[in-house]
Design a protein around this ligand. Structure first.
Ligand code: GLN
Length: 536
């Protein structure tokens, strides 16, 4: 642990500048130089985790192998670095306070007055260092959520100040700010950056490197000005210009020497250049597609850019493997029905029905699935999307009138999707679903077997309901096969249609496992099927 270097990434001026992408890009560059890296996010909100937050609040909830419901930035970390994250990689104020209060109740503080400093800050520091005990990392990157100056993030910034003091050159603080362009003045403005660094200084933290998000290139004059007013050398002022794709950012950061600055400041070797060959090939393929496919993403959060983040990113990874551009068109399930489905989905080359909770938009999803099934359009159902495919097949092929999931209709005469036994005893929310990675055995000869080319797979889950095995025989006889089974609990994880070119529903979330280095085989295969459909 003593050799581990700590990189803190803070943000100033406004939110949404892309701290997660900068942190992920740093991770990517360091991994490409052969260092072992892990990356964590500290979130200042009081929820224990984002699992109970609705997507309107913070976008998608990302799930790790060990079943943590985390901030969507962890998805970026994995997609960029190809290193899996875990429960310990996302810590919220809620987790910190819960742990301190539990210790207080157990008498661990021996009668002391429990305070923000040192108890809360010690707990934060403990959580940051915990990762170092878990693995032999050269670097731990810690992204501090929120914007400096926020009341909520103060204890986190104080913990950074203390760690910086304790660790000396084993620690570097990267501060991301905005350098806005004022069209009327025709100028880039450095004042917000100066103020944001001053705010950080009020908390006793001097950033080592300043990354400036900007829409125009920073002149040398601007760089020098920021350096002078913010006490950093000009080489530590890094330009982060708006990019067409987030995947260009590591390359842009490389050109700006962000990784080199970090290595120099932490006294780490920098003789080896990062190997970005594969990454650059991916970027080339992304920019030079030889065709286009149109995929409809049917869900109820279509107006939210971040709600289906991992699915959208998985399509980007799968597009380059197929040499095409995937245009994902979001379709609002709430406004979809049997009479308008052909008009809304008729021109698509593939239809994906999204995961979700709650009844809103369910009938629209079912209409979309019926349309895809009857018209031989490639169909991919994820989690709730798979469950809706089972309901649709029950109602329209097996003739089970009113077939439903007991999530939406407790009295349904045909509960084809029902709550898992293990879920029935649970009353509380938050971390209580079937979460994380579970093994699944594929049926040799099935379409999914062809996709994975292996019998035993592991995928990540986040659900309470499942396929009702009482209906298994009827479904199989009618042509919907259960081709992936969790053998320990006898749960159906994958269904596919016999008489359809590509109709697959999965109870798990393949999108959480797709990375640039390893595009998910199901997405790759689905895009290929869509391409074949488009060619026809
Ligand atoms: N609501 C469904 C369940 O709990 C599906 C969940 C999901 O799509 N992640 O089983």
């Amino acid at each position: 642990m003593s050799n581990t270097k700590y990189i803190f990434v803070t943000g100033g001026v406004t939110s949404s500048l892309g701290k997660g992408i900068i942190s992920s890009s740093i991770a990517k560059l360091l991994v490409a130089r052969g260092f072992s890296v892990t990356i964590q996010k500290l979130d200042p909100y009081i929820n224990i985790d984002p699992g109970t937050l609705n997507p309107y609040e913070h976008g998608e909830c990302f799930v790790t192998d060990d079943g943590a419901e985390t901030d969507l930035d962890l998805g970026h970390y994995e997609r960029f670095s190809n290193v899996p994250t875990s429960q310990a990689n996302n810590v919220t104020t809620g987790v910190i306070y819960q742990s301190v209060i539990t210790k207080e109740r157990q008498g661990e503080y021996l009668g002391e007055t429990v305070q923000v400093i040192p108890h809360i800050t010690d707990e934060i520091k403990y959580r940051i260092k915990l990762l170092a005990n878990r693995g032999d990392y050269d670097f731990i990157i810690t992204e501090i959520g929120g914007t400096v100056g926020d009341i909520e993030s103060l204890p986190f910034i104080e913990a950074v100040r203390q760690m910086r003091w304790e660790l000396g050159s084993n620690c570097v603080v990267v501060h991301l700010t905005l350098v806005p362009y004022l069209a009327a003045a025709g100028e880039l403005k450095t004042k917000p950056t100066q103020h944001s660094v001053k705010t950080l200084l009020e908390s006793g933290v001097q950033p080592d490197i300043i990354v400036c998000r900007t829409e125009k290139h920073l002149s040398e004059g601007i760089r020098n000005k920021i350096a002078l007013f913010c006490n950093v050398s000009p080489s530590s002022v890094i330009e982060s210009i708006d990019a067409e794709s987030i995947y260009e950012v590591p390359v842009l950061m490389r050109e700006e020497n962000l990784d080199l600055e970090i290595l120099k400041k932490t006294n780490m070797p920098f003789d080896r250049e990062p190997d970005l060959t594969d990454w650059e090939q991916f970027l080339y393929a992304l920019k030079h597609p030889s065709g286009e496919v149109n995929i409809g993403l049917v869900g109820k959060y279509v107006e939210l850019k971040d709600a289906y983040k991992s699915i959208n990113e998985s399509f980007i990874h799968a597009s380059t493997s197929n040499g095409v551009r995937v245009k994902v068109q979001t379709v609002h399930s709430e406004f979809l029905n049997d009479s308008n489905v052909s008009e809304k989905l008729g021109k698509l080359d593939g239809i994906l029905v999204a995961p979700g909770f709650g009844e809103r938009g369910i009938e629209g999803k079912i209409a979309a699935i019926k349309f895809a099934r009857e018209n031989m359009i490639p169909f991919f159902g994820i989690c709730l999307g798979m469950q809706c495919a089972v309901i649709e097949f029950g109602r329209n092929v097996l003739g089970y009138q009113g077939a439903h999931s007991t999530e939406f209709d407790k009295q349904t005469p045909h509960p084809v999707i029902d709550m898992m036994e293990m879920q029935k005893k649970i009353s509380g929310l938050g971390g209580t679903m079937r979460l994380g990675s579970y093994p699944c055995k594929l049926t040799p000869g099935s379409k999914v077997f062809q996709v994975y080319m292996q019998e035993n797979i592991k995928e990540r889950h986040r659900h309470r309901f499942e396929f009702n095995n009482a209906y298994m025989k009827a479904y199989t006889t009618a042509g919907m096969n259960a081709v992936g089974i969790n053998q320990k609990d006898n749960l159906v994880e994958i269904v596919e249609l016999q008489n359809h070119p590509w109709f697959i529903g999965v109870q798990f979330h393949p999108e959480y496992r797709s990375t640039v280095a390893r595009p998910h085989p199901l997405f790759v295969s689905f895009v290929k099927a869509a391409k074949d459909y488009a060619d026809r």
